[in-house]
Design a protein around this ligand. Structure first.
Ligand code: AMP
Ligand code: ZN
Length: 116
């Protein structure tokens, strides 16, 4: 459930500090260390999942919870009205660099038009 070499496992278990914004039984959310926009939060399962490709049937509730936490944080951080994105990079072509599933919550400034 936890990978001793994984930086987000260490953040989730508080072995490495982060600016924690939310925590429950399933997920933690913390500020990205290199924000791309004014609001840049990572929403991460506490259990180690490598990424979108590592998801299984048993993770359905987890994914539901991550999206609802994203909605709550967008409201709490004041970007629900102005708009926000939740983005997951999966694999090399998408530029994934940390291989523990994380949803980027992005907002607080125009993001240069549509991604897709
Ligand atoms: P990705 O490129 O989609 O895998 O995203 C990885 C994200 O993790 C990047 O936006 C990094 O800035 C962020 N990141 C890496 N290390 C840390 C850390 N220790 N605390 C917070 N965010 C981090
Ligand atoms: Zn991990």
């Amino acid at each position: 459930m936890s990978d001793p070499n994984c930086i987000f496992c260490k953040i989730a278990s508080k072995q490495i500090p982060s600016t924690l914004l939310y925590e429950d039984d399933l997920v933690v959310a913390f500020k990205d260390i290199a924000p791309q926009v004014p609001v840049h939060v990572l929403i991460v399962p506490k259990a180690h999942v490598s990424g979108l490709d590592g998801l299984r049937e048993e993770h359905k509730a987890l994914i539901g919870q991550i999206t609802l936490v994203g909605q709550k944080l967008a409201r709490d951080l004041g970007v629900a009205e102005s708009g926000y994105r939740m983005v997951v990079n999966s694999g090399p072509d998408a530029g994934q660099t940390v291989f523990h599933l994380h949803f980027h919550l992005l907002g607080g400034a125009p993001m240069g038009g549509k991604m897709v």
